[in-house]
Unconditional design. Structure first.
Length: 164
């Protein structure tokens, strides 16, 4: 049975596709490709049908990540097929939990940086780099990479628990 993860930010062109690309690489490196699927979406549909922000693509490529991406808006009906919905900041977390049709679905929503043991528990947001320079995208990638290690460990635990 496949474990399904969806990363969610605002417009699905910066943070969530970056998280998707990094997590895909972590899953592949762990040999879990056949057991874990990841994708991404936005809380809004402003950029639906567009590719990722060129700065996101550049930072990912500079760091050895691949990304084939088309932006889309998160749909309430997706909760039923997802095991985990990963929000990139507290605003996304609140919006997704409000959108969740059941308490069980709302419990599937977690903040990405909650998986980073070194992160400050009072501020688990991945800042939106869209209106800034290249440095914001690099900082975003650092946060995503740091949290992806813990996220992969948590997902591996679920996947191995299902196999047992």
């Amino acid at each position: 049975m496949t474990y399904r993860v969806c990363f969610v930010c605002t417009g699905n062109i910066c943070r969530s596709p970056m998280a998707e690309a990094v997590f895909h690489a972590r899953v592949a490196d762990a040999g879990l490709d056949d057991l874990v699927e990841a994708d991404s979406a936005g809380t809004g549909g402003w950029h639906e049908g567009e590719g990722a922000d060129p700065r996101t693509v550049a930072v990912l490529a500079e760091n050895g990540y691949d990304l084939d991406h088309t932006a889309r808006q998160f749909q309430q009906s997706w909760f039923s097929r997802l095991d985990l919905v990963v929000a990139l900041d507290a605003g996304h977390l609140r919006a997704l939990r409000r959108l969740a049709p059941t308490e069980r679905d709302a419990a599937k929503v977690r903040l990405l940086r909650s998986y980073d043991q070194a992160a400050d528990g009072d501020d688990l947001d991945v800042p939106d780099p869209y209106y800034g320079g290249q440095g914001g995208f690099e900082e975003c990638l650092e946060m995503v990479e740091a949290a992806s290690t813990g996220l992969l460990a948590a997902v591996r635990e679920h996947v191995e628990g299902r196999a047992a």
